[in-house]
Structure formats: C-alpha cells, structure tokens
Design a protein around this ligand. Sequence first.
Ligand SMILES: [Zn+2]
Length: 79
Amino acid sequence: MSTVAPGPTESEPVVPVAGESLARKCLRCGLAYAPGKSTSALRLTYCSFLCELGHLGFSITGLEHMERVPKAEVPADEG
Ligand SMILES: [Zn+2]
C-alpha cells in the first residue's frame, strides 16, 4: 500500500517591485536622481557626495577610511 499525497501546487505570481530603481529623491536637495549615478555612499538617499556631506556633516566614505591618528608620545621633560 503506497500513500502518495499530492501536495497542493499553488504558484504565486511574482510581482515585481515597482519604483525601486527608477529614480530617487535626494533627501537634502529634493532633486530626483538616478541612484546608479550618485557619487554618494548612500546613493539611495543622496544624489551626490556633496549632499551626503552637507546633510550629515560627514561622509560615510570618510568614516570608512578614517583612521585613528596615533598621538605622538612626547617624552616627559626630565630635569
Ligand atoms: Zn542632493
């Protein structure tokens, strides 16, 4: 005796996400821009590096490359 249970084969239609990669609106200057051409690290938020820098006060790229500057050890002045 074999019990073969054919499962339900419901195929959901794939709905493409609309308005994802066409154009974005810059959070700072409000201009519509193409994310692919944005020079900002947050290209989905700002139209350019300058808007990112101007709005945040710093740049994400700058943070990534930021390094701790070693303090120069100043020897105690003896004598
Ligand atoms: Zn902008």
